[in-house]
Design a protein around this ligand. Structure first.
Ligand code: GAL
Length: 395
């Protein structure tokens, strides 16, 4: 009898676990992949996306963790008489594209918005949320970026000068698409894109967001990257498994970014537990850029299962120190020179205690792939302009 009672208790306690196991958490670590916008913008075609999928595999990016191949704006055509949205001539066969991407062991993402039009003035989802979600699910879509843009016109028209009402409208609109996605029964990562309005980090998870943009668009230059990194100070407490702050897609390999700048960008995004969505031209991948994008140790920091985003623990002039706790009890520490000159950190201690580094921990220089042993506050750091020293401390 006692044994029966115990087995019953075990069954009841294990049931929720079994249920949770049958439905793995979406975006348990920050999503990784590639998005068409930063390089192709409005010119992207189905062939470009297929080629991107091929290159993600052949470059080794897939094996490093980049799985989402995301089509951004400008794939949309018109709605027919029953309201069903069609693709435009650049994307003749979305289902075929999804099948192709899936056959490579990758996933396909798409883009829309809560307004009647997207940012690039294509058809968006207002009034057709469930219909669109069902359409995505029927194609086999795995990720949706939902961009506010056109909905702002509606907010201004329906609630002129009433910020509170506008914010409520915005939340409802995001919630509506979340509900529609859930109803499809297909796991679809939900990415909110509304540039950080109304402190989205405070409510993004409540409306079902797996990630939410914290700022305006990233640009392919270092000041933009530095500005975005600094705009994420203090947001760490809002991120965690299943719900992430999104400082926008990567510009690694774009524009005239130097190797130091590309590394600082990638390393900073890893510290921020940011989604890593490459945005470069994969047909022109150099070994240097592939090396930055696929650095396993940097990716391991980004994807750390504890999911705790870094916070800035120290700043002196252009030099900043950020720290993030890791699942193995260690710490990742980034020391960044955001300034224009080479900086000698002679007088600046590493502030290891404030950064959560305990005595006895051993350091590794991640970008240099070099063990440094048990360094102390007086460890001398010399940083070139825009360079980052990324340290991983382990017990
Ligand atoms: C912007 C968005 C970009 C891109 C673009 C497409 O609002 O921030 O990342 O999606 O729209 O039109």
């Amino acid at each position: 009898m006692r044994r029966l009672a115990l087995s019953l208790i075990a069954l009841v306690t294990l049931l929720p676990v079994a249920r949770a196991q049958s439905k793995p958490m979406l975006a348990a670590t920050p999503p990784m992949g590639w998005n068409s916008w930063n390089w192709f913008a409005g010119k992207v075609t189905q062939e470009d996306v297929k080629q991107a999928a091929d290159l993600i595999v052949s470059s080794g990016m897939r094996d490093a963790g980049y799985v989402y191949v995301n089509i951004d704006d400008t794939w949309e055509g018109k709605r027919d008489a029953s309201g069903v949205l069609h693709t435009n001539e650049k994307f003749p066969d979305m289902k075929g594209l999804a099948d192709y991407v899936h056959s490579k062991g990758l996933k396909l993402g798409i883009y829309s918005g809560p307004g009647d039009q997207t940012c690039a003035h294509y058809e968006a989802s207002l009034g057709h949320e469930q219909q669109d979600a069902d359409l995505y699910a029927s194609w086999g879509i795995d990720y949706l970026k939902y961009d506010l843009c056109g909905f702002r016109t509606k907010m201004n028209a329906d609630a002129p000068n009433d910020k509170l009402k506008q914010n409520a409208m915005m939340r409802d609109a995001y919630m509506k698409m979340h509900d529609a996605l859930v109803k499809t029964g297909r796991p679809i990562v939900y990415s909110l894109c509304q540039y950080g309005f109304d402190s989205v980090w405070q409510w993004g998870a409540e409306v079902g967001g797996n990630l939410w943009r914290t700022t305006d668009d990233v640009k392919e230059n270092f000041p933009s990257i530095a500005l975005i990194a600094n705009s994420n100070v203090g947001l760490g407490k809002y991120a965690g498994p299943g719900h992430w702050n999104d400082p926008d897609m990567l510009e690694v390999g774009n524009g005239k970014l130097t190797l130091d700048e590309n590394r600082t960008h990638m390393g900073m995004w890893a510290m921020l537990a940011a989604p890593l969505l490459a945005g470069n031209n994969l047909t022109k991948l150099t070994s240097e850029i592939t090396g930055v994008l696929t650095n396993r140790e940097v990716i391991a920091i980004d994807q750390d299962s504890l999911g705790r985003q870094a916070e800035r623990v120290y700043q002196e002039g252009p030099v900043q120190i950020w720290s993030r706790p890791l699942a193995d009890g260690g710490r990742a520490l980034a020391i960044i020179n955001f300034g224009e000159d080479t900086t000698f950190l002679r007088g600046i201690p590493l502030h290891l205690k404030e950064a959560g580094v305990t005595t006895g921990m051993k350091a590794r220089d991640v970008w240099a792939a070099k063990d440094l042993g048990a360094i102390k506050d007086d460890y001398k750091v010399v940083l070139r302009r825009h360079e980052m020293l990324l340290l991983r401390f382990s017990k």
